[in-house]
Write a protein of this length. Sequence first.
Length: 834
Amino acid sequence: MSTPPFPQYLAATPPPPHISAAVDYTISEDRAGGHAAHAEAGFAHLAAAPPAAGVLRPSHPSAPLQQHQLELMRLEQQNKRRLLIARQMMQRNQGPGPRPFPPMPMAPPAADSSDEEEDDEEEDGEQEDDDAKSYIAQDPVPPADAVAGAPGEANPRHVVLYRVFCSSGYPYCNARVYDGQPCDAMVDGVMHLRRGNQVLNLSTFLRGRLPSAFVVYRELQCDNNFAGRSNSSETQHPREVVSVMPGALQATLQRISQFAPNYDAYHGMYPGRAPGGYPATLLSLSPSEYSPYFFYHHREALRQAAAAESCSPDLEALWSYLQAHPDPMSAKCDELLDQGRVSAETLPWLFRPNEVVVRTKGPLKVALMLRSVPTVLASNSVELECWNWGYDGASLQRRDKPVTLTGPAYDTIPINELSAYPLRYADAATKQRLLERGARFWELRHQTHVSYEGPDYLGERVYPWDSRCIIDYQMYRKFHSLASAFVFSSRGVVSFDNWPQQISATTATLSPTDTMLLPAGIHGFFLKDKKWVRLLVDNVAPVSWNKEAFDRLVLPQRTKNMVKSLVLVRKTDDAVAAAVPGQKRKRSDLIKGKGGGLIMLLHGGPGTGKTLTAESVAELAEMPLYNVTCGDVGTKPEAVETYLNTVLHLGQKWNCVLLLDEADVFLEQRSLSDLKRNSLVSVFLRTLEYYSGILILTSNRVGTFDAAFKSRIQVALHYPALDLPSRRAVWANFLEMLRSDGEEADYDGISVHLDELADKEMNGRQIRNAVTTARQLALFEGVRVEWGHVEQAIAAAADFDCHLRRVGAMEEEGWVMDGGSVGGDRTVDGERGE
């Protein structure tokens, strides 16, 4: 064995003056630590030993010689490091700006190894040894318990290291890794955690300790609070993170994991996670770091895997370590969560990613899917990054639903009193309601005619019983493509997220979880209000058709049969054409697409049953009734054409009975003087010509019709004024309606006066108003409806009719006296009167 030559930089030749000053300064600092005397004694021993002593004699190796050689190598490395530090300190003193960190008064500069020193060592070509000496920087006089691990940790399948975070961000103690528990050191009067065996390169360090299945990182917070510690050499209970090496153990954890273990997968941090900032040489060798939060939510799966016969030794070692070193938060969570209660401290641990969360907002409960780990906002507040399904008319897509949750500030509360809590803590009734609502929404994904009763989604309006609306998301998106309902999530899928990005509307059945995640609101078009409204799915119900209304319609039987047959046959033709592929409706005109609609005109006096006929025949045919008035259409020709095209398109798309009530303004005879009216009539004529649905027109003034309309109307039915038998039948129908509604009334006493009621010249609408008035009078008095209430209502209507007749007579007299001027200035003897 050859002895390495004595290093030339340990010779008596003094260094240059500027280096000498730096070395003196460094050695003087080292003396304060008590190591300079030891180094000088080593130099003196080596210098005084003669060549015959065997220290440098290569032909007679011995144990003392090997020890001296090792000592020589150690001193050589130590001296080289001192020279490098001296050179850097000199450069810092000469350069501008303050020093980043003052020298520690009780420690040698060799202990303050920075990243710059490591770079200088690499530039000088220094090679790392195979053992741990070259990548562990020794701080002077570390306590024995700070270097050695706790008893029972000498397991070859794992290694325990310590991570230190400094709340003040000092570079000499923040983001450091130690082999052994660090202890406090005083720096400028402030306590820091830094004294210990520092690991400079994690990869090299772990290479010398294989085989290791996992590495345990105990994370300590350097809080700089000396007064708050009972013992400066002891720290608070460390938080542990387990880094699993690639192999069988990592494969097992991947198999049982319910959510991603690493922090970056969620672009956030686990509950209790401290900020990092490690250099590249200290990053974990494994991409999977498992926190106590992860192990808490996977305890049962780990226990079952460890109890299996195929359990690997690495998994058994991990399970044994977790059992021997339980996290304090696990015990706190078990104590409260098992009781169904939660505190501010345990609130983030209540939730886990990829599980359903129930959000409560007033009486409404909505199911959401938690995408990532909770983000702690304050001491008792967390943010949950959730999503649920949204619908665009063709498929389900994810919609982001962030939830800010505030827990109890001091005490504990029941979990289900939170505004959001995991589904596993919900009762059976809540789960069943979520499933039923989701199933109802999925049934409404296609165009549907429904009934609605109750408040809308925002509670701005309450709709009465049996309000009819159309659910059609494709049509809603066509008119409102920029609505918030069609803003979907753009986030990528995270590991262990097993739900698809979208689900086609052609899917027949959804899973129970996907069914719960369907929206609680749905958009519908109210046919009476003619507007889109966001509704509650819970308030949507199938339509209950009133087919008895057509039978009670007081009309000549021939007229009723005509209307009934035309509408039902047309509906059957449409159904056959839609059900049989390739089946075409028989043409009605030589020109394709022309004259294919059913257009009916119902004309007659007020209150004769024209509107009721359209409403009742729609109920009989089980078709939606879309009622449009002239006020809805407008009077500007351009707007009229656009609106009519939209209405007729919706009527045909939704298979409606389209009722254009009081259509006189569009049917009136054209003239040479009123070009605006002529434009309206022309637009209406052209629109009717190519409409292929069912359109019913009503009018009170058929005598003023334009001649062109006569050929465009398939059937025109006249409704005469009600005669005595008709009026008696109408009164009987309304009394029967009161009886079927359970109204308390003296039916026998009122029925005795039916002939008297029929003698009064009233139309159907006036009879309805009289019955309604009598009903309200009785309700106000708190008694049942009697004949006196009906008589009082009829008398009030008769007084009004008498007044109208008197006013009409006066107007007719004015027409005669004024030559046709009604309500204007009157002229007497050629002079303008007052």
